[in-house]
Each structure stands twice: as structure tokens, then as C-alpha cells.
Write a protein that binds this ligand. Structure first.
Ligand code: FAD
Length: 275
């Protein structure tokens, strides 16, 4: 994938096996010369320390690493402390989110929306961090309307974000129509498509229900028809996602961000198909 910047997203592993698996996956994915690796942040700060540890390990291996940071359950003082620690460690990229509100959670924290957190990061740390935010080609499930969601993205850029990464999608038109809509509303910053390989249809359907990403009917039916035949599910998934990436690349996207779920196999095949 010459000249197309790529990045890979991990979650911070909990167990020694998980840590070892992630190291192995990372070594395989590093061969594609990613622009950076990012590490998610658990709702309510449950992974705060593990996010930091994973990011520092990636950085120590010589790669650019970007922690995700979210509003949920965080006070201004806690965020200020975290920002200072990242600055001291020479981390200079953040993926800045509101975060998913855990069920039963009432207190959202001192920041209600990601735009407020972006504003606070700029106020505290000036231009130190390159800030990525989230965008939704099929629109965020809580958005009052598609235009309200685009206005929210615009607010995040106005607050100081540099670039957006999208929620995953399988309908390439959704992405390009969203880019057109953003441009019509004065958004000029890059919006990098987020790519989710298809590992498992049950898990994907569950994620998609939560985040509002549509699995096209034809794709869902074909994947479900394979039942427990995981090899066929993954083979079709690799074909479909490779074609999606090819169409995005040919359409001139500014990069591709892969949701890895800490696995390298399918993504290596997908990127291999594009080279
Ligand atoms: P926001 O931009 O704050 O938007 C949330 C909702 O509020 C939207 O519906 C928006 O339209 C609406 N809204 C915003 N401002 C206003 C306003 N002023 N008035 C009314 N409505 C408003 N979650 C995690 O917990 N940890 C992670 O590490 C993580 N990483 C992610 C990485 C990427 C690339 C993406 C795309 C998502 C990630 N998420 C993560 C999920 C994300 O936290 C959820 O999608 C969350 O529900 C919304 O986060 P946001 O930053 O887009 O929120």
C-alpha cells in the first residue's frame, strides 16, 4: 500500500497471554510501516494504566503510539494529570473521544462531549498533541440528526482536532457521501476511514448494534449461512474488506485505520491483497 498512510488500533491486554499475543501481532503488523499504533481506553477509565503501559511499550519498540483518551468518569484534574504524564513521556498524538457510557453509569465526568475534551487539551497543552477524533459515516446512534452529527464533528475540529477516524462501515458510498456532506458544511480536515475485518459474525453483529454501523443484508445473510465454518466466514470477510479498502484507496482517502482486535492475520491478508 505504497504512499497510503495506515494505522492500527489495539486494546490494552489484561493477561500475560494477551500481552504476549499482542506483541506477536504488533511485530507482524509493524512490517507494514504504520504511521502509528493506537491503544483504546476502557469506559470509566478501567484500562487507564494498561493503556499507558501498552503505549509506552510500543513507543519503546521505536513506533509512534497514540493513546485514546475519553471523557467518561474523568474529572478535569484527572485528565490534566494524564496529559502531563503523556507529555513527559513524549507522546504527541491522542485519539480523543467521549467514550461509550457503561450501562448503569450516571456520572459522565466533567466533560460531556468530545469537543469539550479537545478544547480542554488545547487549553492545557497548546499544540503539543496531534488530536484525532471520531466521525460516523452512518451517523452516531445518539445524534439528533445526520446534520447535527456533522455539526458536532465540525465543533471538534473548531475546538482544535487535526484529523478524524471513522467508525467502521461496509458500504463505501456511506463514506464518500459523508465526506461530501462534511465538505458542504465547511469541514476540510482529513477523515480517515476505520476498517473492521470480519472475524466472527456474532461478535460483529453485536458491535454493529451498539455503534450503529450497518452490515449490509446480503453480507450478513451470506456470513450467517456459513454457520460455524469460520474459515469460509473469514475468507468472504477478507474478500469483502479487501475490495472495500481498494475502493477507498482508489477514491483518494487520506489513510486507512485498522481495528485489529489485537490480531494480525486477516489484516495482513487484506493489506497483502492491496499491494
Ligand atoms: P461525541 O463527539 O461527544 O458525540 C457523542 C454524541 O453526542 C453524538 O451523537 C453527537 O452527535 C452528540 N453531540 C455532541 N455534541 C453535542 C451537543 N453539544 N449537543 C447535543 N449532542 C451532541 N470508546 C471508548 O470508550 N474507548 C475508546 O478507546 C474508543 N475508541 C474509539 C476510536 C474510534 C476511531 C471511534 C470511531 C470510536 C471509538 N470509541 C471508543 C467509541 C466512542 O467513544 C463512541 O462512539 C461514543 O459513543 C461517542 O464518542 P465521540 O467521541 O464520537 O463523542
Amino acid at each position: 500500500m505504497k504512499n497510503l498512510p495506515i494505522s492500527f488500533e489495539f486494546f490494552p491486554p489484561k493477561t500475560p497471554e494477551g500481552i504476549a499475543n499482542l506483541r506477536e501481532a504488533r511485530a507482524k503488523l509493524a512490517k507494514f510501516n504504520p504511521e502509528f499504533f493506537s491503544v483504546t481506553f476502557g469506559a470509566g477509565g478501567s484500562t487507564r494504566d494498561r493503556t499507558m503501559e501498552t503505549v509506552l511499550e510500543i513507543q519503546a519498540e521505536g513506533h509512534a503510539a497514540a493513546p485514546h483518551i475519553s471523557c467518561i468518569s474523568s474529572t478535569k484534574a484527572e485528565i490534566a494529570d494524564l496529559l502531563q504524564r503523556y507529555q513527559e513521556k513524549n507522546i504527541n498524538k491522542l485519539v480523543t473521544l467521549r467514550g461509550d457510557i457503561p450501562s448503569g453509569e450516571v456520572a459522565v465526568g466533567d466533560f460531556k462531549y468530545a469537543s469539550e475534551l479537545v478544547e480542554f487539551i488545547r487549553m492545557q497543552t497548546g499544540q503539543h498533541f496531534h488530536i484525532e477524533v471520531a466521525a460516523y459515516p452512518e451517523f452516531h446512534p445518539e445524534a439528533a440528526s445526520p446534520l447535527a452529527d456533522v455539526e458536532n464533528l465540525k465543533r471538534k475540529f473548531a475546538a482544535g482536532a487535526n484529523r478524524a477516524i471513522t467508525q467502521y462501515f461496509y458500504n463505501v458510498d456511506a463514506y464518500f457521501r459523508f465526506i461530501d456532506l462534511c465538505a458542504q458544511h465547511g469541514i476540510t480536515q482529513p477523515i480517515v476511514p476505520g476498517i473492521m475485518p470480519i472475524y466472527n459474525i456474532t461478535q460483529l453483529a453485536r458491535f454493529s448494534n451498539i455503534c450503529g454501523a450497518e452490515i449490509p443484508r446480503w453480507l450478513k445473510l451470506r456470513l450467517e449461512a456459513y454457520g460455524d465454518d469460520m474459515a469460509s466466514v473469514r475468507a468472504l470477510g477478507v474478500d469483502v474488506v479487501s475490495e472495500l479498502c481498494e475502493a477507498l484507496r482508489d477514491g483518494g482517502v487520506p489513510g486507512l485505520h485498522f481495528y485489529t482486535l489485537n490480531q494480525a492475520g486477516l489484516i495482513s491478508q487484506i493489506i497483502g491483497n492491496l499491494e
